[in-house]
Ligand binder design. Structure first.
Ligand code: SF4
Length: 745
C-alpha cells in the first residue's frame, strides 16, 4: 500500500520554524534563543526532552535541536513564576479546577512550599524545615516499604544514584519510575531474549541500514531529530516501513527546517516507502506472519550460521510458527496476504535491518511478548550484533535509560546490590519493591505511606486517574521535586511539600564549583550536561542537593556523607564507577566531546542470558476481538505536548487548533456509529474489574486512522485506563488498547 494520505501535513518545514518562533516570542525571545545555542552542544546541556542521541560533535549543527527541543527550552526559561505571592492568591481547590494546559503553564516554582490544609494553600517554607518534615516521616515509618520513591526520566545519573542509595539505606526497593509506564516491556522482553534491556544500534547504523522498520512510533512529535536520520536514509535509497494505525505526518514526509533549498522550494522528502495501518495491538501477529511466510517460502533467506552459533530454541520456535494457521494469523495481523508478502520480501532483500519501536508496542497487556517477536524477527536474519542492523527502542525521556542503569529499579539484580553493600558498607534490601501499578495499589490499600516524586507528574501519568488520586491523597506525606507546578502538586497527601529544583539550562554551583551532570541516551551514549543560565531563584536547589538534604536529615552522615558527595559531583561519579565497572574512568570519559558508550553485550554477540545464547521465545498472540460497536482506544500525545506537559493546545500535524478534548475516528466507524465531525460525545471504557470509567464532552474528529481504532490525548483520557490492565511481566499499563464505547451527548 504506497503512501497515499489524507490531509496529512508535512513534518518540519515552515510550520516548525513558525511554531518554534511563536514559543520563543511567548517567552521574550532573546533569553530562550541564546540558551538554545548551548542545547545538545558538547560543552552545553542536554535537552530535557526525548532521548534521541546527538550526532558526533564534529557533525553537530549550531542549531542541534528540533521544534520540540525549542518548546522544552522556552518552557524551562519561562518568565512565569509559581511564587509565594501566586500561592497566597490561589487555593489548591481553585487550582484543581484548571485544565492540564492551564496548570502546566503557571510557571517555575521559586522556593519550597508546604501545604497548609487549614487554609487549603501552599505556603513558603525554609529548606531546613522542609528537610526535617521529610526526615520526620521517613524515620518514623512503620516499615521501610511504607516509603515510595518515584523517578521521572529527566533525572540525571548523579541524582538517580544518590536517590536509590538513600532509599536502599532506608531499607526499601520501592523505586517505581516512568519507564514502568513506557519502555519497561522493552527492557523485560529483551533481557529474556538477548540478555540486555537496551537497544543494540548506534546512530551510525542508520547510515548503513538497508531497511528501517518503525513499529508503533510517531517520531515526528516524540523524537523529531530522528527524522533527519530517516530523511538521509530515504534519500540514499533505504526502505522505510512504517507500521502504525494512524497516518502520522513525520512518517510520511519531512522538510528539514535547516535545509534552505528545500525550505525555499517547499520540497519535502518522502519518509516511509511503505506504510501499513494495522489495528492497535496486532503487530505481534503481523511479525509472526512475516516470519511464517519467510520460513515457508524463502527458508534459504534465514541466517543459519548466525542461528546455530548464537541462538537457542529456533527449532521449537520454527515448528510453532509453521503450525500456525494462515487464516488466524492474517485475521490477527489485520493486514492482507499481499501486505504480508510485500513486507516479507522487503525484509528478505535487506541484509541490514533496524527495527525501531515505541509506545505503540510497549503499552499493551502483551507488550513483552510483542517485543520478543521483534527480536525473533531480527534473529532469523542475524540482524543483532551487525553494523547497520539491530533493535532500537526509542526512549521518550532524556535519561530514562540512565536512571535504570544507575540503580533506579524495583527489581535490582543481586550483583548490583552486592556492590552497593560493599562500597557503602550496609546491607541493602533484597525484597523487590513496587513498580508504578503496584505502588498505586499499595498506597490505595494501606494508608499513610510517604510518596516522593523526583520530577515527573505521577498523578497524571499513572493509569486509572481516579484511583491514583485517591491513593496519593491517602498518603501521610507527598513530596514533589519539580521545576514547574503540575497536577501532582495539587493531589496532596495529609501533608504535602513542593521542593523546586534547577532546570537543565541552569548553573549548578556547589562547594566544589560549577557542576555538570550526566545522562544516557537511547543508544547507551553517556555524556555530560552543564547548565549556564542564572537560576530563576536563589531558593531553588539542584536535584542532587535536594536528595542529599533529605538523606542527611534522615540518615545523618555516619555511613555516607551525602553533603560531601554533592560538594563535587565527580565524587558521586567515582562511587558510580566503583559500583558499576562499565562506567570505567567515568570522570575522564565524560569530558570527551561525545562522552562515551556503555558496553552492550548483545551488540558484541555476547548473550547474558541463562542459556548464554540469544533465545527464540514463543508467545501466544492475544485475543483482541471486541464486542459490536466497541473500539480500541489508544492514548497519544499532541505535537504541542511532552509527556503530561502541555506546551499549547494545538496539534499542527493532525490539523487540531486550540482544543484537546478530541477523539480521532475512522470515517467508516463514524458512519456505523451515526457520528459526524464535531459531534460531542462521552467515552466509556470496559475492564475486567467491571468498574465504570467515563470521560465527557469530547469532539469527534474524522482522521486517517485504521477502522476499529480510536485515538485521544492523555492525560485527558487516562481516567479510562484500568489499573488491572497491564503486562504481567513488565507491569506496563495498557494505555494503547482500551476497550471503549462512544455515546453522543
Ligand atoms: S529530538 Fe528530542 S532530544 Fe533532540 S532536541 Fe528534539 S526533543 Fe530534544
Amino acid at each position: 500500500m504506497k503512501n497515499n494520505h489524507l490531509n496529512i501535513k508535512i513534518a518540519g518545514g515552515w510550520g516548525a520554524l513558525i511554531s518554534s518562533n511563536k514559543f520563543l516570542l511567548k517567552e521574550g525571545f532573546f533569553k530562550p534563543s541564546k540558551t538554545l545555542l548551548k542545547l545538545n552542544q558538547s560543552k552545553g546541556f542536554d535537552c530535557p526532552g526525548c532521548a534521541w542521541p546527538d550526532p558526533k560533535n564534529k557533525e553537530r549543527s549550531i542549531a542541534e535541536f528540533c521544534e520540540n527541543g525549542v518548546k522544552a527550552i522556552a518552557f524551562e526559561t519561562t518568565k512565569k513564576r509559581a511564587s509565594k505571592e501566586f500561592f497566597s492568591k490561589n487555593t489548591v481547590s481553585q487550582l484543581n479546577e484548571l485544565d492540564v494546559y492551564d496548570i502546566t503553564n503557571l510557571g517555575r516554582l521559586t522556593e519550597p512550599f508546604y501545604y497548609n490544609s487549614k487554609i487549603d494553600k501552599y505556603e513558603a517554607i525554609s529548606w531546613d524545615n522542609a528537610f526535617s518534615i521529610v526526615a520526620k516521616h521517613l524515620t518514623n515509618l512503620p516499615k521501610p516499604d511504607d516509603a515510595i520513591f518515584y523517578t521521572s526520566g529527566r533525572t540525571s545519573n548523579e541524582a538517580a544514584f544518590l536517590y536509590q542509595l538513600m532509599g536502599r539505606m532506608i531499607g526499601t526497593n520501592n523505586f517505581p519510575d516512568c519507564s514502568n509506564m513506557c519502555h519497561e516491556s522493552s527492557g523485560v522482553g529483551m533481557n529474556e531474549s538477548i540478555g540486555i534491556g537496551k537497544g543494540t544500534v548506534s546512530l551510525e547504523d542508520f547510515d548503513k541500514a538497508e531497511l528501517i522498520m518503525i513499529f508503533g512510533q510517531n517520531p515526528g512529535t516524540n523524537h523529531p531529530r530522528m527524522l533527519s536520520e530517516l530523511q538521509k536514509a530515504s534519500k540514499r535509497g533505504a526502505r522505510i516501513v512504517s507500521i502504525n494505525p494512524l497516518k502520522e505526518a513525520g512518517l510520511v514526509s519531512f522538510i528539514h527546517p535547516q535545509d534552505i533549498p528545500s525550505m525555499l522550494s517547499n520540497k519535502a522528502t518522502s519518509i516511509s516507502s511503505h506504510y501499513y495501518q494495522v489495528k492497535v495491538g496486532s503487530d505481534m501477529a503481523l511479525i509472526q506472519a512475516i516470519i511464517k511466510y519467510i520460513l515457508e517460502t524463502h527458508p534459504y533467506a534465514i541466517d543459519n550460521d548466525f542461528i546455530s552459533a548464537n541462538t537457542n530454541g529456533f527449532e521449537e520456535y520454527e515448528e510453532t510458527i509453521l503450525n500456525k494457521s494462515w487464516s488466524v494469523l492474517l485475521d490477527e495481523s489485520s493486514l492482507k496476504m499481499d501486505d504480508i508478502i510485500q513486507i516479507s520480501e522487503l525484509y528478505i532483500s535487506s541484509s541490514k535491518t533496524i527495527c525501531c519501536w515505541a509506545m505503540g508496542l510497549t503499552q499493551h497487556q502483551h507488550g513483552v511478548a510483542t517485543i520478543q517477536e521483534v527480536i525473533n524477527l531480527l534473529l532469523i536474519k542475524g540482524n543483532i550484533g551487525k553494523k547497520g542492523a539491530g533493535a532500537c527502542p526509542v526512549r521518550g525521556h532524556s535519561n530514562v535509560q540512565g536512571d535504570r542503569t544507575v540503580g533506579i529499579s524495583e527489581a535490582p539484580k543481586e550483583e548490583f546490590l552486592k556492590k552497593i553493600d560493599s562500597v557503602f558498607d550496609f546491607t541493602s534490601p533484597r525484597k523487590h519493591g513496587y513498580d508504578v501499578v503496584h505502588a498505586i495499589k499499595a498506597m490505595h490499600k494501606e494508608k499513610n505511606k510517604v510518596f516522593i516524586g523526583l520530577g515527573g507528574n505521577f498523578a497524571d501519568a499513572a493509569p486509572d486517574t481516579k484511583l491514583t488520586y485517591e491513593a496519593l491523597k491517602s498518603c501521610a506525606l507527598t513530596v514533589h521535586i519539580s521545576t514547574h507546578l503540575n497536577k501532582s502538586h495539587l493531589i496532596c497527601g495529609k501533608e504535602a511539600l513542593i521542593l523546586p529544583c534547577l532546570g537543565r539550562t541552569e548553573l549548578d554551583i556547589q562547594l566544589g564549583g560549577v557542576q555538570s551532570v550526566t545522562v544516557e541516551d537511547s543508544m547507551s551514549m553517556v555524556h555530560s550536561s552543564k547548565g549556564s543560565n542564572i537560576p530563576i531563584s536563589r531558593d531553588i536547589k539542584s536535584e542532587p542537593a535536594i536528595i542529599a538534604g533529605i538523606a542527611n536529615a534522615t540518615l545523618g552522615n555516619e555511613k555516607v556523607d551525602f553533603l560531601d558527595l554533592i560538594s563535587d559531583y565527580n565524587k558521586i561519579r567515582d562511587k558510580i564507577e566503583e559500583v558499576l565497572p562499565s562506567f570505567y574512568s567515568y570522570n575522564k570519559s565524560v569530558l570527551q566531546d561525545d562522552g562515551f558508550e556503555l558496553y552492550n553485550s548483545a551488540k558484541n554477540k555476547v548473550w547474558d542470558t541463562p542459556t548464554k545464547k540469544a533465545n527464540f521465545l514463543i508467545n501466544n498472540t492475544p485475543n483482541l476481538n471486541l464486542e459490536e460497536n466497541h473500539l480500541a482506544l489508544m492514548t497519544i500525545r499532541s505535537h504541542d505536548q511532552f509527556n503530561t506537559t502541555v506546551y499549547d493546545t494545538n496539534d499542527r500535524y493532525r490539523g487540531i487548533v486550540n482544543k484537546r478534548r478530541v477523539i480521532f475516528l475512522n470515517k467508516n466507524d463514524m458512519e456505523k456509529l451515526s457520528l459526524k465531525d464535531s459531534d460531542i460525545v462521552n467515552i466509556r471504557s470496559y475492564s475486567k474489574d467491571k468498574i465504570k470509567r467515563e470521560v465527557f464532552n469530547f469532539e469527534v474528529i474524522s482522521y486517517d486512522i485504521r477502522d476499529g481504532c480510536a485515538a485521544s490525548y492523555f492525560p485527558e483520557t487516562t481516567p479510562l485506563v484500568s489499573i488491572e490492565h497491564y503486562d504481567k511481566k513488565s507491569f506496563t499499563p495498557s494505555y494503547k488498547f482500551i476497550d471503549i464505547t462512544i455515546e453522543k451527548v
